[in-house]
Design a binder for this molecule. Structure first.
Ligand code: SAM
Length: 263
């Protein structure tokens, strides 16, 4: 079969078809344009048809390509980690507005936030943690691929850091914040990603826990001047702001997109 024939007959949207075929051929997309009358070798055709089937059954493209771009860099992803979302890039933009020495990324998943922060804010020391050991293995692989010096630790929320009495001046946290019972939610679109990365009771259970622990232990965990960048669904912002104000009325709270900035 010729490249152009496969692309026309795949049944996929054009962009998905091109990305999948280029991946199967181990080439880039422009190659398809310049070689559209070329025959696809049988092993590449087999791969392309297998990936096509996966895509048609709903597997996200990022898991098929084993790659997702985040803040201009390609991260390895597979079903052990959440696929990085564009709304989380705001965390990097906000972090770049300040100067930080010790950064913690809580719930690092693929490592996209921790690694990007290390590469963008070169002088900072960056630590990243997750409850999932398999996610930490993906994050370590990304740090190696992208040559980012990040320390990874296994921790249930802040447990490790409370034990080791480590202080941070920036904590970023994109913890799970989806409530399975939200009626506007398309659960089907999330079924391939790890439940541990997505779901939290009422959408705020984990974040509420994080907020109370961090503000109760600020002498142990936080530098005198600190910033917390917390991602959550905008429908839960008011609830979280209320909680923060009750725990510490002196905090300044701002929202940008999905991100709550507490300082
Ligand atoms: C929404 S994903 C975010 C991943 C990544 N930071 C990103 O922005 O793409 C949430 C991550 O939090 C981790 N997680 C869930 N519960 C946790 C807990 N109690 N303590 C630490 N990490 C947790 C999950 O394993 C998952 O990797």
């Amino acid at each position: 079969m010729l490249i152009r024939e496969w692309l026309i007959s795949s049944g996929l949207p054009r962009e998905d078809a091109e990305l999948i075929l280029a991946h199967a051929l181990k080439k880039d997309r422009p190659f398809l344009v310049t070689h559209d009358f070329e025959k696809i070798e049988s092993h590449a055709l087999k791969s392309a048809n297998f990936f096509k089937k996966q895509r048609l059954s709903g597997l996200p493209l990022a898991y098929i390509l084993k790659s997702k771009n985040f803040y201009g860099r390609d991260f390895y992803v597979d079903r052990r980690v959440l696929i990085p979302r564009p709304e989380s890039e705001t965390i990097i933009d906000l972090a770049k507005q300040g100067t930080y020495k010790n950064i913690l990324d809580l719930g690092t998943g693929s490592g996209c936030l921790a690694i990007t922060l290390k590469l963008e804010l070169k002088d900072a020391t960056v630590t990243a943690s997750d409850l999932s050991n398999s996610a930490l293995n993906v994050a370590r692989k990304n740090a190696k691929n992208l040559k980012a010096n990040v320390k990874f630790v296994h921790s249930d929320l802040l447990d490790y850091f409370l034990k080791h009495r480590q202080k941070f001046d920036l904590i970023v946290a994109n913890l799970p914040y989806v409530d399975k019972n939200w009626d506007w939610l398309d659960l089907n679109s999330l079924k391939h990603e790890p439940a541990l990365a997505l779901f939290s009771e009422r959408g705020t259970a984990l974040q509420s826990q994080f907020i109370s622990v961090i503000l109760k232990n600020r002498q142990t965990l936080l530098a005198e001047n600190f910033t917390i960048l917390l991602e959550s669904d905008p429908t839960t912002h008011l609830e979280l702001i209320d909680l923060i104000k009750k725990a510490d009325p002196s905090r300044k709270i701002e929202t940008t997109g999905f991100i709550l900035k507490v300082s």
